[in-house]
Design a protein around this ligand. Structure first.
Ligand SMILES: Cc1cc2nc3c(=O)[nH]c(=O)nc-3n(C[C@H](O)[C@H](O)[C@H](O)COP(=O)(O)OP(=O)(O)OC[C@H]3O[C@@H](n4cnc5c(N)ncnc54)[C@H](O)[C@@H]3O)c2cc1C
Length: 383
């Protein structure tokens, strides 16, 4: 077992850290205020290689893979959680087109994504409930050479920052009746709905998409008709959950750094509060969680890079790291005393951001359903 990063990965970490520390902070006040993603950073992010980090070079990417992606997401998240949130969903859009697209679809849609000309979107969630994917109502009916889409998608990341969206819709009854489509925002009947007003990860745009007799050319079916559920599950469980986990890992890293720095600087009773054993224990807890989560996140990404099954590992990394980030951020707020709830201090934002990672990409309860299934499988009695 070798836990070292390659030289190329270390270089990527260094360049993303430099980018994140220099370019993101000047944008953060506006991101917090407006809830808008700073689209002007897409091109520099593409130049760094992180828009196309998992996209093969023949489609404009750099093909470094999932461990490299986790490094990039962690480093961005250490400065501002909204950035990796938006980027990791962009990668979901890249992955689903790379995995299921035709050669023509990849040339047309994957290349601009890898170049940072637009952002990836995967729209699965209907207002009928995100956990119950099969219960979705958004429909697609083949009429002549077009599919006609009707319905609505909610809580969609990058919705208002993209020229096209991968949309899952119902073409027939049941679990095998879902199909995936690439829908351009200018197709007749495609509409942007409202932008959500989230309390955290504010700079990652989340919004609604609406389809009112939306005309989608037949050639924009992504994969096979009826293959939408499999495409959604593969994308969420491999790219989505590893991405959400890495986003939370960045927030957790920031919580640790803010807590340790404040504790080392804040004097009480003539010494920094880091001299108090209760505060040391809190820092030790945050630090332990961070070390555990790093292992979980990089293991899931490594499995994916090595073409090994990673769905349970990604669910564990996502669930555990998001919870740990929220717990660590809460503790970091408390270590700051009353300063912790003041807007000038980053820890209150970290707590808000960490809370938003918990439902996104599948809730903690859904992760536990998957993990319980894996844990009980060896003991299941044969019928
Ligand atoms: C910031 C953010 C970004 C998002 N981005 C996207 C995106 O880009 N694309 C997209 O398609 N969706 C996106 N989502 C939607 C997200 O995937 C869903 O919100 C999530 O799957 C939960 O769905 P829901 O909100 O409808 O909750 P529900 O599914 O209604 O769940 C409500 C509650 O019931 C619990 N529950 C549900 N089923 C079970 C069960 N079987 N056992 C135990 N408890 C259960 C849930 O855990 C939860 O506590 C995003 C959400 C957020 C917050």
């Amino acid at each position: 077992m070798d836990f070292r990063f390659s030289e190329r990965e270390e270089m990527l970490r260094k360049s993303v850290r430099e980018f994140a520390e220099n370019e993101i902070p000047p944008k953060m006040e506006a991101m917090e205020k407006t809830g808008d993603f700073p689209a002007e950073l897409l091109k520099p992010m593409a130049d760094l290689g992180i828009m196309g980090v998992i996209t093969p070079p023949e489609y404009g990417g750099v093909g470094l893979g999932y461990v490299a992606r986790t490094i990039a997401l962690e480093e961005l998240g250490r400065v501002c959680g909204a950035m990796p949130m938006a980027l990791q969903v962009h990668h979901m859009g890249c992955a689903v087109i790379n995995d299921f697209g035709t050669e023509e679809q990849k040339k047309k849609y994957l290349v601009p994504l890898a170049k940072g000309e637009t952002m990836g979107v995967v729209a699965v969630t209907d207002p009928t409930g995100g956990s119950d994917v099969v219960g979705m109502k958004t429909s697609a009916e083949l009429r002549g050479d077009k599919y006609i889409l009707n319905g609505r998608k909610c809580f969609i990341t990058n919705s208002h920052n993209s020229d096209f969206w991968v949309v899952i819709a119902r073409t027939a009854e049941g679990a095998k009746g879902l199909s995936a489509f690439i829908v351009e925002k200018d197709f007749p009947g495609a509409k942007l709905g409202r932008k959500e007003n989230k309390f955290g990860l504010r700079g990652a745009n989340t919004g609604e998409l609406a389809f009112d007799d939306c005309e989608v050319p037949k050639e924009n079916l992504l994969g096979q008709e009826g293959g939408g559920l499999a495409a959604a599950i593969k994308t969420i469980s491999e790219t989505g959950r590893t991405g959400m986990a890495a986003t939370a890992l960045g927030i957790l890293t920031a919580a640790y750094e803010e807590a340790a720095k404040f504790a080392s600087e804040r004097p009480l009773y003539g010494k920094p509060i880091a001299a108090l054993q209760a505060i040391q224990f809190y820092i030790a807890e945050i630090y332990s969680q961070l070390e555990i989560c790093r292992l979980l996140c990089y293991r899931a990404s490594w499995l994916k890079d090595n073409d090994m099954r990673c769905d349970n590992e990604a669910a564990l990394a996502k669930y555990y790291t998001c919870e740990a980030a929220a717990n660590a951020a809460k503790k970091a707020v408390e270590i700051h005393g009353s300063y912790g709830i003041m807007r000038e201090y980053a820890v209150q934002r970290l707590l808000r951001d960490a809370m938003v990672t918990i439902p996104a990409g599948g809730t903690a309860e859904i992760a536990k359903v998957l993990l319980a299934r894996a844990a009980l499988a060896p003991f299941k009695k044969q019928k």
